[in-house]
Design a protein around this ligand. Structure first.
Ligand code: NAP
Length: 323
C-alpha cells in the first residue's frame, strides 16, 4: 500500500503526517503515476497553514515527477512507462497518485526526475514573470527579491541570459555569493542595507522598469519606491506575510505605477500555454543557460523538516523530496 503526507488540520509542520493511502483505478482521462520525486514550494506552506481556503483533509504538494504505470480510458497523450512531470495539481507529496493526463508533460531524457520535480513550478513561474507578465529585454535593469531562493535563482539566470542587469535582494552574505554566481549582477543584503537606496544608486536615481516581489509584507511598500515612473510592480508571493490593504492613490503618488498580482495557473490555463512554457523551460535547462540548483533533499516522510527549513530561510535554490 502506498503512503502519502496528509494534512488533517491547518497549522505548523507537525501537521504533515505520513500515512498509508488507498488508490483506486484511474478514471477516464486519468493516469496512475508512480512518483520518484516531489518539489517543495512556498505555496505548500500557505496550503498547510490555511492561508488559502482549501478543504481538509488533503495531500499537499504542487509538483512531482515519476513514471506512468496505468492509463484510464481515452488517455492518448502519455503511455505506460513514460517519464513525466507536472506542476499545479495539489497532492504531490505521495508515493503514488491518480492525476489528469492533460496536466502531464513528457520529460526529455536529459532532464532527471529530481530536476523536473523542482523546476516545473518554479521554472514555469520564472518563464511567466520574465517572458509574459513583463517581457524582459536586453539592457533592462530589473529587481528580483529573494534572489537566492528557488524561483529567485532561476529568475536571475534566465534574466541574465536575456541580457538584463539583475539586482537581487538576499538575507545573508552566503546567499549574496550564490545569487552572484547565478546571474545576479548586484546582490543587496536587505537585512543589512536599505535596498531602495541601493537600487537608486545602481540605477543613477532612475529606478527599474519592473520589480518582482515575492516577499510581500516586509518589502512591498519599499519596492514601489524602486519602480521607475509608469513602471510595473509585480507582487507574486508573500513569504513574509500578506500585504496590508492600501489606497490605489498610492500608485499615483509613487509615479503612476502599474500593479499586477499574477499566479502561474492563470497563465497555464490552456494545454498550448503549458506546452509552450514547459518546452521553453526545458530548452533553457538542456542548453545549460539555466542550472537547477538542488541544494537540499529530504525523504518524503520528512516533509516536516523540509517545511521548517524553507520557512526559516535556511534553504537556497530548490529542494526535492525523494519518494
Ligand atoms: N504567483 C505564483 O504563481 C507563484 C509561483 C511560485 C512561487 N511563488 C512565490 O514565490 C516565492 C518564492 O517561492 P519559492 O518556493 O522559490 O521559495 P524560496 O524563494 O526558496 O523561499 C522563500 C524566500 O523568501 C525570503 N523571505 C523573506 N522574508 C521571509 C520570511 N519572513 N519568511 C520566509 N522567507 C522569507 C527568504 O529568502 P532571504 O532569506 O534571502 O530573504 C526565503 O528563502 C514565494 O513567495 C512563493 O509563494 C508564486
Amino acid at each position: 500500500m502506498p503512503s502519502a503526507i496528509q494534512v488533517s488540520e491547518f497549522g505548523g509542520s507537525e501537521q504533515l503526517k505520513f500515512n498509508p493511502i488507498t488508490i483506486g483505478a484511474p478514471a477516464a482521462g486519468q493516469v496512475h503515476l508512480k512518483q520518484a520525486t516531489c518539489g517543495l514550494n512556498f505555496i505548500d506552506v500557505y496550503h498547510r497553514t490555511g492561508f488559502y481556503d482549501i478543504a481538509l483533509p488533503f495531500i499537499p504538494g504542487s509538483e512531482g515527477a515519476g513514471t506512468v504505470v496505468a492509463l484510464g480510458e481515452g488517455v492518448a497523450n502519455v503511455a505506460v512507462g513514460n517519464r513525466v512531470a507536472y506542476a499545479g495539481s495539489r497532492g504531490s507529496y505521495t508515493e503514488e497518485r491518480l492525476i489528469a493526463a492533460d496536466q502531464l508533460v513528457k520529460l526529455p531524457d536529459e532532464i532527471s526526475f529530481e530536476q523536473a520535480s523542482c523546476m516545473m513550478l518554479q521554472g514555469m513561474t520564472a518563464q511567466m514573470l520574465l517572458r509574459q507578465v513583463y517581457e524582459v529585454k536586453r539592457g533592462d535593469t530589473i529587481l528580483v527579491h529573494a534572489a537566492a531562493g528557488g524561483v529567485g535563482l532561476i529568475m536571475c539566470q534566465w534574466a541574465a541570459a536575456l541580457g538584463a542587469t539583475v539586482i537581487g535582494t538576499v538575507s545573508t552574505p552566503e546567499k549574496a555569493a550564490l545569487a552572484k554566481a547565478h546571474g545576479c549582477h548586484h546582490p543587496i543584503i536587505y537585512t543589512e542595507q536599505n535596498f531602495v537606496e541601493q537600487v537608486k544608486k545602481i540605477t543613477n536615481g532612475h529606478g527599474v522598469p519592473v520589480v518582482y516581489d515575492s516577499v510581500g509584507k516586509t518589502t512591498f511598500l519599499d519596492s514601489l519606491d524602486c519602480v521607475e515612473k509608469r513602471g510595473l510592480m509585480v507582487t507574486f508571493g508573500q513569504a513574509s506575510g500578506p500585504i496590508e490593504p492600501f489606497s490605489p492613490l498610492l500608485l499615483n503618488v509613487k509615479g503612476c505605477l502599474f500593479l499586477t498580482r499574477p499566479t502561474l495557473f492563470s497563465y497555464l490555463d490552456t494545454r498550448e500555454a503549458l506546452d509552450s512554457a514547459s518546452s521553453e523551460l526545458f530548452e533553457m535547462v538542456i542548453s545549460g543557460k539555466i542550472k537547477i540548483n538542488i541544494n537540499q533533499t529530504f525523504a518524503l516522510k520528512d516533509a516536516a523538516k523540509a517545511h521548517d527549513a524553507l520557512e526559516s530561510r535556511a534553504t537556497t535554490g530548490s529542494t526535492v523530496l525523494i519518494v
